[in-house]
Design a protein around this ligand. Structure first.
Ligand code: KG4
Ligand code: ZN
Length: 337
C-alpha cells in the first residue's frame, strides 16, 4: 500500500506510549499508560520503578495501538523508538520492544531523539515552514532550537542549571503539591497575584541562556523563612509569583531569539508548553511587539510524552532518508541534537 504507517514507541520517562501515525501527520492511535501514581509518593520518578512498569505495559500498549488503528504488523512501513535522552533503563524497554517487532516483521527501525519528538508534535497542528524556532520546555530540558530545515537542529539557547519543569516540580514539593506539579501550580497561579517579585535571572543579559536555580532557591528560602517565623504565606500568590518569573524569563528569551533569528513560525513544545500562563503571555508578547510570527502550540494532550510525536519525528527522518538503526541500537541517556 502507499500509506506510510509508523508504529512509534516512547518509554523515556514515566509514560509508556505506543502510537500509529499515518503519513506523518494523522494519528490513528496514541495509547499512553502513565505511571504517575506509582511515583507520586516519592515526589519524582524512581528509575527502577519506571523500568518495571514499562516492561508490564509495553506489549499491551503496542497491541492496543494496532487494534485501535485497525492496522496489522504486516501493514507497517517502519517501527520508530525513542533512544534518548531519558532514563537508561526506561529507554531500553522501548528499544527492546521496537527491535523485537522490527526483527519479527522485517521492518526498518528508526531511532528518534525524544526532544525532536516534542518539537514535531507541532506537525499535527499545521504544516511546518523553515527556518523556524522552537522553545522546548520539559522536565529535563529548556532550550531554544533554530531549525534551518527539516531535521536540522541547532541549540541556540540552553539552561545553565535546572530545566523549567524541574523547577516547577521542586517548588511543588515545598508547596505540598503532588508530582508532577506544573498543572496544579498553573491553576493556583491563576487564583493568585505576583506579590513576591522573585528574581528573573539573566533577563537583562542579551544572550539566549536560561537559569532557574536562583528562582527556585529564592522561592524555597521565602517559604522556609516564613515557616521559621510561623507565618503562613498565601500559596496561590507564591504560585503566581513563581509562574510570573518563569514566564517572564521564557518570553523574554524567546523574544530575544526572534530578534536574532527572524522566522515565520515559533513552536512551543514539551510538558511545560501545556502551561496556560505561558501560552497567554507569549501570545500577548508577540502582539505587543507587532510580530506576525505564527505561534504553534501542540494540543495539550500532545505536550506531555507520547508515541505520536515520535512517529511524527520518524516520518521526517524517513523522508530525509536518514540511516535506520541496526539491532544493536543502544540507549543514549544524554543524547543531544
Ligand atoms: O515533556 P514531559 O512530559 O516529560 C519530560 O520529557 O520531561 O514534561 C514533564 C514536565 C514536568 O516537570 C511537569 O511538571 C511539567 O512538564 N508540566 C507543566 C505543566 N504540565 C506539565 N509545567 C507547567 N505547567 C503545566 N501546565
Ligand atoms: Zn518529554
Amino acid at each position: 500500500s502507499t500509506r506510510e504507517l509508523i508504529l512509534a514507541i516512547e518509554s523515556s520517562c514515566d509514560e509508556t506510549s505506543v502510537a500509529v501515525v499515518l503519513d506523518g501527520h494523522i494519528i490513528l492511535s496514541n495509547i499512553i499508560a502513565t505511571q504517575i501514581n506509582s511515583h507520586k509518593r516519592f515526589g519524582g520518578v524512581v528509575p527502577e520503578i519506571a523500568s518495571r512498569h514499562h516492561v508490564e505495559a509495553i506489549t499491551i500498549c503496542a497491541q492496543e495501538a494496532l487494534e485501535q488503528a485497525q492496522v496489522a504488523y504486516s501493514d507497517l512501513t517502519a517501527v520508530a523508538v525513542t533512544y534518548g535522552p531519558g532514563l537508561v533503563g526506561a529507554l531500553l524497554i522501548g528499544i527492546s520492544a521496537a527491535k523485537a517487532i522490527a526483527y519479527a516483521h522485517q521492518l526498518p527501525l528508526i531511532p528518534v531523539n525524544h526532544m525532536a519528538g516534542h518539537m514535531y508534535a507541532a506537525a499535527f497542528v499545521t504544516e511546518l515552514h523553515y527556518p523556524l524556532l522552537a522553545l522546548l520546555v520539559s522536565g529535563g530540558h529548556t532550550e531554544l532550537v533554530y531549525m534551518k530545515a527539516a531535521g536540522e537542529f541547532e541549540i541556540v539557547g540552553d539552561t545553565r542549571d535546572d530545566a523549567v519543569g524541574e523547577a516547577y516540580d521542586k517548588v511543588g514539593r515545598v508547596l505540598g503539591v503532588p508530582y508532577p506539579a506544573g498543572k496544579t501550580i498553573d491553576e493556583m497561579a491563576h487564583q493568585g497575584q505576583d506579590t513576591f517579585n522573585f528574581p528573573r535571572a539573566m533577563l537583562q543579559e542579551h544572550n539566549l541562556d536560561f537559569s532557574f536555580s536562583g528562582l527556585k532557591s529564592a522561592f524555597i528560602n521565602t517559604v522556609h523563612h516564613a515557616d521559621q517565623k510561623q507565618e503562613t504565606l498565601n500559596a496561590n500568590d507564591l504560585a503566581a509569583s513563581f509562574q510570573a518569573s518563569c514566564t517572564d524569563i521564557l518570553v523574554g528569551k524567546t523574544l530575544e531569539a526572534l530578534a536574532k533569528f527572524p522566522v515565520q513560525q515559533l513552536i512551543v513544545a514539551g510538558g511545560v508548553a501545556a502551561n496556560l500562563g505561558l501560552r497567554e503571555q507569549l501570545k500577548a508578547a508577540l502582539t505587543a511587539n507587532q510580530l506576525d510570527t505564527e505561534l504553534i502550540f501542540p494540543p495539550l494532550r500532545l505536550c506531555g510524552d507520547n508515541g505520536a510525536m515520535i512517529g511524527a519525528a520518524a516520518h521526517v527522518m524517513l523522508a530525509r532518508k536518514e540511516p535506520f538503526a541496526g539491532l544493536d541500537l543502544n540507549a543514549d541517556p544524554s543524547l543531544s541534537f
